[in-house]
Design a protein around this ligand. Structure first.
Ligand SMILES: NC(=O)c1ccc[n+]([C@@H]2O[C@H](COP(=O)([O-])OP(=O)(O)OC[C@H]3O[C@@H](n4cnc5c(N)ncnc54)[C@H](OP(=O)(O)O)[C@@H]3O)[C@@H](O)[C@H]2O)c1
Length: 272
């Protein structure tokens, strides 16, 4: 049995491979990369007998060649900024997988597309449909919003000033860390019995900006209050409004086998 993880040089791909190396023999793992410059995780994979293969979503022949002998393929969604290009890339990878005889395709989609507004998630819904129509076995791993968005909220400035200022609204967040997602996805890849399933990999409880201010208070050792201001301008707010940040699921915790990382631990990497 051999599995390939695409986007393996990326942040999520690297974490998934690091988790897999602790679970299954490296000889079963193939990293699909567009750039052959390698991270320490991919070096470790090679050292332990795993493979690193070149593949570019934009060049179908490279994908079909790279998928030779691959039973399970994890397609990590493209990081291209244009959704039309992403859909073309994903479709091309899925077609190449089918032609190469891949039995089971897994795809990192986006959580709760049915309740979010269409624009940011439509590429994921459309990619899911291409997979459903492909006749390969599938597992859809709908990743929740990465916690990283907190980095643009001015957390360090809030610690200095004592005030976390956000745009008014009934904001609640089901965001998760890449590390949690990688654990769950690695468990699915290494395990059996996840075919024809769709998982919503979001947090099981939401948090608010008031909760965030409380956590900042614990870090700062002084009170950080939360305040709302209509004049706060940032592209992140329209983006957050366009997706479902509120729905929750136990899927991620069940696939990991333990609770998601706490808000405090999740935001620690973003504090100076
Ligand atoms: N859930 C969320 O909140 C959220 C947020 C942001 C992104 N995402 C999605 O989640 C994906 C994984 O996240 P991440 O943090 O791991 O992103 P990342 O660090 O940017 O990694 C993306 C990977 O995709 C690879 N890639 C891009 N275009 C490719 C192509 N044409 N052919 C082959 N590989 C290609 C990149 O290769 P190179 O190393 O060669 O560039 C990179 O390794 C992203 O790509 C994006 O679709 C989700």
């Amino acid at each position: 049995m051999s599995m390939m993880i695409t986007g393996a040089n990326g942040q999520l791909g690297n974490l998934i491979i690091a988790n897999l190396l602790a679970k299954i023999p490296a000889t079963q793992i193939i990293a699909g990369v567009r750039n052959l410059g390698m991270s320490s995780t991919l070096e470790a994979l090679k050292d332990q007998g795993g493979e690193v293969r070149y593949m570019d979503y934009d060049i179908p022949e490279t994908c079909q060649k790279a998928f030779t002998g691959v039973n399970k393929l994890l397609l990590i969604s493209s990081s291209h900024t244009d959704d039309t290009v992403r859909l073309t890339q994903h479709t091309s990878v899925i077609n190449a997988a089918r032609k190469a005889g891949v039995e089971h395709i897994l795809y990192t989609s986006f959580a709760f597309p049915q309740t979010g507004l269409k624009i940011p998630v439509s590429v994921h819904r459309l990619t899911e449909q291409v997979i459903f129509d492909s006749d390969m076995k599938y597992t859809i791993l709908r990743n929740g919003l990465y916690i990283d968005f907190v980095d643009v909220l001015g957390l360090n400035e809030a610690i200095q000033s004592g005030v976390l200022t956000t745009r008014p609204g009934n904001w609640r967040f089901n965001a998760v860390t890449r590390s949690d997602l990688a654990q769950a996805i690695a468990n699915v890849l290494a395990g059996e019995g996840y075919e024809q399933q769709i998982y919503e990999l979001a947090a099981s409880k939401t948090w608010t900006f008031a909760d965030l201010a409380e956590v900042l208070t614990a870090f700062a050792g002084k009170t950080i209050i939360h305040s709302e201001d209509v004049s706060v301008q940032h592209w992140i707010y329209p983006f957050l409004s366009s997706i479902d940040t509120v729905s929750t699921s136990k899927d991620l915790e069940q696939l990991m086998g333990h609770p998601v990382t706490s808000l405090k631990d999740s935001i620690a990497p973003f504090l100076k």
